[in-house]
Design a protein around this ligand. Structure first.
Ligand code: NAP
Length: 285
């Protein structure tokens, strides 16, 4: 039987550290601030934005929300990003994805000042991560590293398999594991013999987005299994990629969905906002 990795508890402790740091920065006259930009009326995005605002309140980070209509033009959005880049009270800018189809998301990400890019999606920050010298750690993958560390599992020398190669999760996840000296394999939809590869993993991270994708025969007994997936099952209930009932008996540690990776993403966003505030004020990180 695997030990459950409690993302809620671990994220609460990260947020408590962030709150302490925010308080000590405020005592020096620096109020860390995050701007969250939401375009359109996607209900899931609205929930994510509300959760980010709540996390700011809980950690003592100043926040501004910009809720724009679906009809917002690229130019209007770029102008807002420009204003936020120049606004001294704002240290981090987060544009909630997905943007409406008419907008060029990549151009918006590149318009954010790399120093305020708390999602770490800008090419500058992606490059720094590739060089092994990230300024900001990408939130979801950084949260996964915290979860793995919480188990006491040493990443150095371990076979790490990441299923998924998106810019948001799979690729940066692989880079962070590599930085931790893992031996990393990235799998994707064209990977042959996925089961053979995944069942070699000491640490298996699934970021596919398909319910029930990771079955017991894909998992090495004793593996640490991290489920990044956020899907809906046949009854509409939130679930991950991992067939939990099958895999839990053979893994050593496993994350639940919900309550695993999800809460960590926001906690790491708060941490990045503190980093951004320090960076922009010439303070040691
Ligand atoms: P994505 O952009 O759709 O990427 C999915 C990846 O899975 C792709 O690289 C795809 O390969 C790969 N894939 C699809 N079918 C596969 C198959 N049969 N075998 C092997 N690989 C396969 O999704 P994402 O943005 O990375 O997100 C992945 C999941 O994580 C989603 O459920 C999302 O909701 C969740 N998520 C959770 C959090 C959180 O905070 N918990 C944050 C972000 C995302 P190709 O590249 O070859 O198409």
């Amino acid at each position: 039987m695997a030990i459950l990795i409690d993302g809620k508890k671990i994220s609460a402790s990260v947020k408590a550290q962030v709150a302490q740091e925010a308080a000590s920065l405020k005592a020096k006259g620096l109020f860390p601030g995050l701007a969250v930009v939401l375009v359109g009326d996607d209900p899931a995005s609205r929930i994510y934005v509300n959760n980010k605002k709540k996390a700011c309140e809980a950690t003592g980070i100043y926040s501004e929300e910009y809720a724009l209509p679906k009809t917002t033009t690229q130019q209007q959005l770029m102008e807002l990003i420009g204003r936020l880049n120049d606004k001294p009270e704002i240290h981090g800018i987060l544009v909630q994805s997905p943007l409406p189809e008419a907008l060029d998301e990549a151009a918006v990400v590149e318009a954010i000042s790399p120093q305020k890019d708390v999602d770490a999606f800008h090419a500058y920050n992606v490059g720094k991560l590739m060089q092994g010298r990230p300024v900001f750690q990408p939130c979801t993958p950084a949260g996964v590293i915290e979860l793995i560390r919480s188990t006491g599992t040493e990443i150095t020398g371990k076979n790490c398999v990441v299923i998924g190669r998106s810019d948001i999760v799979g690729k940066p996840m692989a880079m962070l594991l590599l930085q931790c000296n893992g031996t990393v394999t990235i799998c994707h939809s064209a990977t042959k013999n996925l089961k053979e590869i995944s069942s070699q993993a000491d640490i298996l991270v699934s970021a596919v987005g398909k319910a029930g994708f990771v079955t017991a025969d894909m998992v090495k007994p004793g593996a640490v299994v991290i489920d990044v997936g956020m899907n809906r099952d046949a009854e509409g209930k939130l679930c991950g990629d991992v067939e939990f009932a099958q895999v839990e008996p053979i893994a050593s540690y496993i994350t639940p969905v919900p309550g695993g990776v999800g809460p960590m993403t926001i906690a790491m966003l708060m941490r990045n906002t503190i980093t951004a505030a320090k960076l922009q004020n010439g303070m040691a990180l």
